[in-house]
Design a binder for this molecule. Structure first.
Ligand code: ADP
Ligand code: MG
Length: 398
């Protein structure tokens, strides 16, 4: 599965109009202010390379989920402003992603200039991978570079369709993501530890199935763990249960044997953590098999953190997806913080995938001590599941 696609360095970009699909789908607050510009910063190496090599750079991205037409709420204007700051030069925003006016703007570009197209999802054709829309996008450029790892698991017009019409290669971010994730699962330095948390077992079944045979230790924590506890016959009170995955949990426990680690203690509360002031709840750390009826498990306890930390300390490769508790509530972020701390302190290659997990690591301040934080939530999961990403498959082979 070694990366065998053409990259930006395999194509001649000088003087060419280069359409770059980036993932500028950044989180914003109610006022439109960008709350995390990691995805914009992650695309800079590709953009900078193209500018330095005298390409005429045309950037395309989606933002949010506009409902089938232009909507100022989902305009890429704030992104254009932030990108201008980061590049130290103005990046104009085109009024649209295709059409005559955009074409004229592209024609006016000089070598090394950058233009950002407006949100491609203002066209429903984008997500339908409509061939006519893909062709219109392609008509703007001589070359296509895909650097949008976060959207590579979707066959959309700007991620897949357009690659049928232009010479197509990978940008630096796409290559970096695939190198890290690909090398890790293909040929990991051992011991190889996977930590899977988050809410729903069902969402993580394919990744558990794909990673279990490859890892030396599989840690299952977060809301997912309670379905495993239930399958063991423990009382789980009001903790998260994925009823339909009980048989799967039993099978994983049988197959994994000693390889599988579950939390040994949990933090249980006496009311709905989202029902009001979480600080008003009574929280108690209990053994995993002693959750009182009526209580809800919201985080892993300190003994679990110590046990997981010991395993992480001995590992050479660690991959983590899914928070250990309801980390959005500060009080219940301790377990997630403990795991993040263990990854930050370890000498292993550490990889974090998943939107919420990446956000947790950022929020808790450990981001710069993790080897690689994937910019793709769904894409990193699908890749770890062993699926082919359409946005990658569409690129030209080396
Ligand atoms: P990622 O986006 O990194 O793939 P997921 O989306 O799978 O992660 O899971 C993140 C969610 O899991 C968070 O919103 C978090 O609150 C939730 N979660 C973690 N532990 C629990 C728990 N014990 N009970 C309920 N929800 C939990
Ligand atoms: Mg998530």
């Amino acid at each position: 599965m070694a990366f065998n696609k053409k990259t930006i360095e395999d194509v001649d970009v000088a003087g060419k109009r280069v359409l770059v699909r980036v993932d500028f789908n950044v989180p914003q607050d109610e006022t439109g202010r960008i709350t995390d510009d990691r995805r914009i910063r992650a695309a800079l190496p590709t953009i900078q390379y193209l500018m330095d090599h005298k390409a005429r750079v045309i950037l395309a991205s989606h933002l949010g989920r506009p409902k089938g037409g232009p909507d100022p709420k989902y305009s890429l204007q704030p992104v254009a402003a932030r990108l201008s700051e980061l590049l130290g030069r103005p990046v104009p925003l085109a009024p649209d992603s295709v059409g005559d006016q955009v074409k004229a703007q592209v024609d006016a570009l000089s070598d090394g200039d950058v233009l950002l197209l407006e949100n491609v999802r203002f066209y429903p054709e984008e997500e339908k991978n409509d061939p006519a829309y893909a062709e219109k996008l392609a008509a703007l450029a001589d070359l296509y570079i895909n650097d949008a790892f976060g959207t590579a698991h979707r066959a959309h017009a700007s991620t897949e369709g357009v690659a049928r019409h232009l010479p197509a290669a990978a940008g630096y971010l796409l290559k970096k993501e695939l190198d890290y994730l690909g090398n890790t699962i293909e040929d990991p330095q051992r011991p190889f530890v996977a930590i899977l948390g988050g809410a729903k077992v069902k969402d993580k079944i394919p990744v558990i199935e794909s990673l279990l045979p490859k890892v030396d230790t599989l840690i299952i924590c977060g809301g997912m763990a309670y379905t495993f506890f239930k399958a063991k016959g423990y009382e789980i009170g009001k903790s998260l249960l994925d009823d339909g995955s009980l048989d799967f949990a039993k099978r994983v426990m049988d197959e994994a044997g000693e390889k599988l680690m579950l939390p040994v203690d949990v933090v249980a509360v006496d009311g709905n953590p989202f029902g009001g002031d979480p600080d008003a709840l009574h929280a108690e750390t209990v053994a995993a098999d002693k959750i009182p009826a009526g209580r809800e498990g919201v985080d892993i306890g300190p003994m679990s953190v110590r046990a997981f930390t010991a395993v992480i300390q001995g590992a050479k490769t660690v991959i983590w997806n899914g928070p250990a508790g309801i980390f959005e509530i500060d009080r219940f972020a301790e377990g997630t913080k403990g795991i993040a701390q263990a990854l930050a302190d370890s000498g292993a290659t550490t990889i974090v995938g998943g939107g919420d997990s990446a956000a947790a690591v950022e929020k808790l301040g450990f981001a710069d001590r993790i080897t690689h934080i994937s910019t793709g939530g769904g894409a990193s999961l699908e890749f770890l599941e062993g699926k082919t990403l359409p946005g990658v498959a569409a690129l030209q082979d080396k």
